[in-house]
Design a protein. Structure first.
Length: 660
């Protein structure tokens, strides 16, 4: 059977050639799902055009979506720019769980570039395997040998080492080609005040370097080397860093389904929650006590967090669509793109299919890491974030992460979250559809994770020059309040109120404790404060949007899009003493309101608590603030619709046509 499989693979490889170097390699969406036949077919230009024609011909059938999906997944690696310094084009490539900007090389090429070493500095470069060699050549038992030469006018230095191509018991490194990149640093301290020429060569050799060989290796023995012009290695964009430079960190901890725990306690929804680490950091931070999320779900929150825009403004968040249905407008500015002006390295560690890099989030990120399940050992955790902090300790780093400890199912006995003790009492209550105490148990686990990160920063003297943001993408969606796809008022308080705690670097605000007790947007405020701390301007378009007047007018906005039905748009405007919610029948194609389907108005007491429990009809005319809130909502919707029309995304079929 194995022999027949080898013959079949050989036939497919020779009959159906690759037409280009694709974007995804050893990825869960392609390599881990499809066989060699599917992979070759969707990597061949002639067959792709034929399949696209068939998908359009049978567009009403389910098979067309499957074809569109694979055409999109197996797209060509998009080129970023021709880098004259390296004389190679940079591409965006997904290798394993990480997306990076990289160059593609064959074993017949040498990467050469020059660096001016004017002070103590190092170079960071990463390597990853492409699938190309593994499908054509039998190299699973080979080693990747890396040869690096550094040469100046007065000095010459050689580095030579190898990695196993795949898992080897006694290799120098434990490598899984389907997972992470291999990263190294090259020290240039010996070359200060000189121009350094650096060359890198890569070879696949039929031997393995073993830490515990059975006999002493014969250095004179010649080994077979793979010689080919086929591109088989991805080399991430080399980045220079300066270990002795004073660096800073911006760590953005966005927590999945995190209702503001202080609000949770305030309205007595659960037992007393023990949050020593979050409470301790308040003495160094600004605490926004009435913080609301722009969003009611994760997908629109990703864009809102990175751009400061609301869901209606960016229009991104239809869960009924596949990822090939939409690609983000290039004119929308993301936080990492703006931070590049201050020489920040940008890295993201996320989990969940909604963070797929093909949605277009990765602009200006040097690393975008995504796993599907929160229990995966590579999912965001305190250990993962600490490793990343240590990895980037010599660079200005913006670190965006999405912690998932609270989304249902909240409990598991798998991966990095085990072992875990569960409360029998909380489980019994949950079985009776009372989930609040079980949720509170998980909040304490999240607090422990945050505490480990803070303690590490302090132990390494990194805390003072770290900006730390803690917030939630949206609040908890717990039954019986939450009713999937039928809830006309999804922006209720426990689903909209999220924590917002911002601890700035000490040089910016001297770690003063502050409290802001007025309605605040968590996504926009964090976006604004990070830019302010770096003396960076907001993107120009905010001047004409409601964000420019929220603080002065003391209101905030939450929105739901494509929910509960595809033709719906909902908005809640929360002011000091009034909350107005409307659900509209919305024409998304022409970006305009058809009619109001549902409306609710709530009063807010002096303690900031929205009176959602009353069933009494409110006489709008008796509320002095109603007309102001009503006019503001109409103005917001008008502005948002205009912004959307001027920042349209690419939609199917354009998304597929551009990658054929």
């Amino acid at each position: 059977m194995l022999f027949l499989k080898k013959i079949f693979k050989s036939l497919i490889v020779n009959i159906i050639p690759y037409s280009y170097v694709k974007r995804r390699h050893f990825h869960q969406s392609s390599f881990q799902k499809d066989g060699i036949l599917i992979m070759r077919v969707f990597n061949n230009n002639l067959l792709r055009y034929l399949l696209y024609f068939l998908a359009n011909l049978f567009s009403k059938f389910r098979v067309s979506s499957s074809i569109y999906y694979r055409l999109y997944i197996y797209q060509k690696a998009p080129s970023i720019k021709k880098n004259n310094k390296y004389n190679h084009t940079l591409y965006e490539v997904d290798c394993g769980i990480e997306t990076r900007k990289a160059m593609f090389l064959s074993t017949n090429e040498i990467l050469k570039f020059q660096v001016k070493a004017d002070r103590k500095q190092s170079i960071w470069v990463g390597f990853a395997f492409l699938e190309n060699y593994f499908q054509k050549y039998n190299i699973a038992n080979n080693d990747l040998e890396i040869l690096i030469n550094l040469k100046s006018q007065n000095k010459n230095k050689d580095l030579k080492f190898s990695f196993p191509v795949d898992i080897k018991k006694h290799g120098l490194a434990y490598i899984e080609k389907e997972k992470n990149w291999m990263d190294i640093s090259i020290n240039l301290d010996e070359f200060i005040d000189s121009q350094v020429e650096i060359s890198m060569k890569f070879e696949f050799i039929d031997k393995s370097f073993l830490m515990f060989p059975k006999k002493k290796p014969d250095q004179k023995l010649k080994h077979k080397k793979l010689k080919t012009n086929l591109k088989g290695m991805a080399i991430s964009n080399p980045i220079i860093f300066f270990p002795e430079k004073k660096n800073e960190r911006i760590i953005y901890l966005c927590c999945e389904s995190l209702t503001d725990p202080f609000f949770f306690e305030k309205i007595n929804l659960s037992k007393k929650i023990n949050l020593p680490n979050i409470k301790k950091i308040l003495s160094d931070s600004t605490h926004y006590k009435r913080s609301y999320s722009f969003c009611d779900s994760t997908l629109p929150n990703i864009i809102s967090t990175l751009s400061g825009l609301s869901p209606l403004q960016h229009g991104f968040g239809n869960y009924r669509n596949d990822l090939f249905h939409l690609e983000l407008n290039e004119k929308i500015k993301f936080l990492p793109e703006l931070l590049k002006k201050k020489e920040f390295i940008n890295a993201a560690y996320t989990c969940g299919g909604r963070f797929d890099s093909l949605y277009g989030y990765t602009n200006s990120f040097d690393i975008w890491s995504t796993v599907i399940k929160p229990v995966d050992n590579n999912a965001p955790s305190s250990n993962k974030i600490i490793n990343a902090i240590n990895f980037f300790k010599d660079q200005n780093i913006f670190l965006y992460t999405h912690f998932d400890r609270l989304h249902g199912p909240m409990l598991n006995n798998l991966g990095l979250q085990s072992p875990m003790m569960w409360s029998g009492e909380s489980l019994s209550e949950a079985f009776a559809y009372k989930f609040n105490n079980l949720y509170a148990d998980r909040l304490e686990i999240l607090d422990d994770e945050i505490g480990k990160i803070i303690n590490y920063l302090k132990s390494k003297n990194l805390y003072d020059e770290t900006t730390l943001v803690i917030n939630g993408d949206h609040g908890a969606a717990l039954p019986p309040e939450w009713k999937m796809h039928i809830l006309k008022y999804p922006l209720y308080e426990t689903h909209s109120r999220v924590p917002l705690i911002i601890k700035h670097k000490k040089s910016f605000d001297n770690h003063q404790e502050r409290v802001v007790d007025e309605p605040t947007s968590s996504q926009y405020e964090s976006f604004y404060q990070i830019l302010k701390s770096q003396n960076l301007d907001l993107p120009y378009y905010f001047e004409n949007l409601f964000q420019s007047r929220m603080k002065k007018s003391k209101f905030t906005v939450s929105e739901t899009i494509f929910n509960p039905k595809n033709n719906n748009y909902g908005i809640a405007l929360t002011a000091q003493n009034l909350k107005l919610y409307r659900l509209f029948n919305f024409d998304w194609e022409n970006i305009k309101i058809k009619n109001v389907e549902f409306e609710k108005l709530f009063t807010i007491n002096n303690d900031g608590i929205v009176n959602e429990g009353t069933d009494k009809t409110i006489d709008y005319k008796k509320l002095d603030a109603y007309e102001d809130v009503n006019l503001e909502m109409e103005k917001i919707i008008k502005e948002n619709n205009l912004f959307r029309k001027n920042h349209l995304h690419k939609n199917l079929k354009e998304t597929i046509q551009q990658i054929l």
